[in-house]
Design a protein. Sequence first.
Length: 378
Amino acid sequence: MPIVAVTIIVLVFAVVALIIYNMSIHKKIQTFNNINQKITSLNVLQDFMNTIGECSSVDEKIKKINDVLIEKYEIKYSTIVVFDGAEYTVKASNVDPKHWDALKRLQEVPIFQDSITTATPKYITVNNENERLEYQKMEFGRAKSAIFFPLNIDNVYIGYWIIESGTPHDFDNVDTTILEVVKDNIVSVLKTVVHQKTLESIVRRDLFTGLYSAEYLYGDGKKIIDQYTISTICMFKIINLEKINKECSRELGNKVITDVSDYIAQNISQNYIFVRYMGPKFVIAFSGIDIESVAKFLNDIKDAVETMEIVLEDEPQAEEEEKTKKKTKTKKKVQKATPQLNFVISSYYKGTGLEEVLKKLEEYLDDANPDESDINNI
């Protein structure tokens, strides 16, 4: 009996030791998995930020971000839905479009309404393959677990992001803290929608030149420029325009603007963007072209423009002489002007602030000596 008792005690201790050891191993594995998940999440956030810089269009950014999340987190389904002021719209999703109508109506599902009210994520799942999530009607079996994230801008609800899996309890151990950071970045991108839509809506054609206004550079123009890693941005100013307006006439000044812009438009590639920036200032974006190549071309343009003699002939007017009471025609009054241009150029790198480059160029021209007529690289 003593031998049997001792054996039992030893076995009990061995089992307890194995249980403790297994628990320790399990804890270490969980710790490793959490650390590994956080490292992966940080990498995802880096890819996220790179995407924001690479894509110009807001819709492109959202779709690319969604693709990154699906790939890096191995998420089965990811959908971003935004209220555009009139209706809810799917901005990005890898779910079959036939299910989008249901995905656009999740704000109507009772289980998510508290989440929307409190601005907190909601995790839902089923316990077995025979169940389905509450919001699914015609798509039985597609998703078995989901996390719903309401999206808010300045405490105003504007839509939601939902990730789904075809496996029950698949998100039980997901670090929602990192996903909250990702959600905040989605919101940051969505904030730009308002500003970009505003810019796109106020883009107009200049009355005299037919060129786009400066706002074009920040919308469709930037999409073209950002197809290249490095481009050259040129801003030039007709420095004697004010003098022409004052000493001759505003009509002649307007003709100077149209003739100069017409000449330049006809002599640059259609691949480049040419806009009237403001008043006597214009911008040319040489997409994908380095400064050295641009400088020689601009020298030729400058020489050609500054040899132009722009002429304006007034229409003859009828006058009645007091003495003879006869109508006589006055001679045509001819006004002439030769434009003078001041150029400044700078490199622009894809993903950086185009508005900062333009601001720097404009400040240079505004602060330059009024008589300066040159091509400067800053």
